[in-house]
Design a protein. Structure first.
Length: 108
């Protein structure tokens, strides 16, 4: 199992929490951490913009990233939400097993 952390930004903590809850309930992530308010500076439509956002970190399996991304894109208020996955290269074996167990398909 390839474990990953998925970083997502949202308009605010309310949206971040709603996104996190939706993907955890769908078992597309084992855990969602809403990190709270951040300040973003970015290019958008030819202009440098800035504004407040909230950060969300999801822990999941690599093979679920496409479906998780599709789910977030469908629920997100942004036209082009940030959804990026980073590999987890090590860690607490018990936690990584829990992550795998909580994102596994239910038994048939």
């Amino acid at each position: 199992m390839g474990a990953v952390m998925v970083y997502v930004t949202a308009t605010d903590t309310v949206e971040a929490e709603a996104l996190g809850r939706a993907v955890v309930e769908a078992r597309l992530a084992a855990c969602a951490n809403v990190l709270g308010a951040t300040k973003a500076i970015y290019w958008w439509e030819g202009e440098v913009e800035s504004g407040g956002e909230a950060a969300l970190v999801l822990k999941t399996r690599e093979e679920l990233v496409p479906e998780l991304t599709k789910k977030i894109n469908g629920l997100h208020s942004y036209d082009c939400p940030c959804v990026v996955a980073m590999p987890i290269v090590g860690g607490n074996p018990a936690f990584l097993q829990w992550l795998a167990d909580e994102t596994a398909p239910p038994p048939a």
